[in-house]
Design a protein around this ligand. Sequence first.
Ligand code: PLP
Length: 247
Amino acid sequence: MNAMRHVLAVAGSDSSGGAGIVRDIETLAAFGVKASVAITAVTVQTHDHVQQVDAVAPDRVAQQMRAALSANPIAAIKIGMLATSATIAAVVTVLADYPGIPVVLDPVLVSTSGRALLTPDAMDDLRELFRSCTLITPNLPELSVLAAPAGTTSSDSMADQARSLLTAGAKAVLVKGGHGDGAESIDILFQADHAGQSFASPRLAATMRGTGCTLASAIAARLALGDTLSMAVAEGKAFVHRMLRET
Ligand code: PLP
């Protein structure tokens, strides 16, 4: 069994199955990768309403991560909903002991239905986590919140906002264009000392919940399988496009 690649998903549960850990496990399975999990929060959700969020105790999140990392040869870590600043701090502590494992962070801030999935006071802690990450995958609204001091939003260009996350310590930032407009959905990968690299796919009318979870998990799966970052992003984006086409 250990010949298979393992990815650790650090994420919240979503009772509707539309997002969160269910999406992560489905995506990892589609790439032939085994999933280990550390649940950060239990959420009660339908497809259009988040009814309840219960954060798991931060120590328990860290214990789940350490148990998964000792049980399996984890080749990549995907992080989604973190719920609170104390949980972020716990995750940072664990990651510090595993500097060689690539980490993909989907910076989940709010649900599509508008419920906060990370407490607003946790933005600075989230920026601290960037230093431990190989890749961060914000959408456009998340990028403008993350690029600005707490309580404000940035009016810088998208590229300047992305580069400010690199300055904050991220090794790479993939800005997702799904919330933009135009005939193509264009994601742009920013890395220090590189020109931005674009990944385009035709924009589809279909919408699907959990696309952020799916993309970040797909990229983590491909990194675990040995892809370079830009190969992993291309494969991940193609996978999300196929899923949207089949919706
Ligand atoms: N619930 C959980 C547990 C999530 O992790 C996420 C996003 O990552 C969401 C809800 C939000 O998903 P959506 O915006 O597709 O509703």
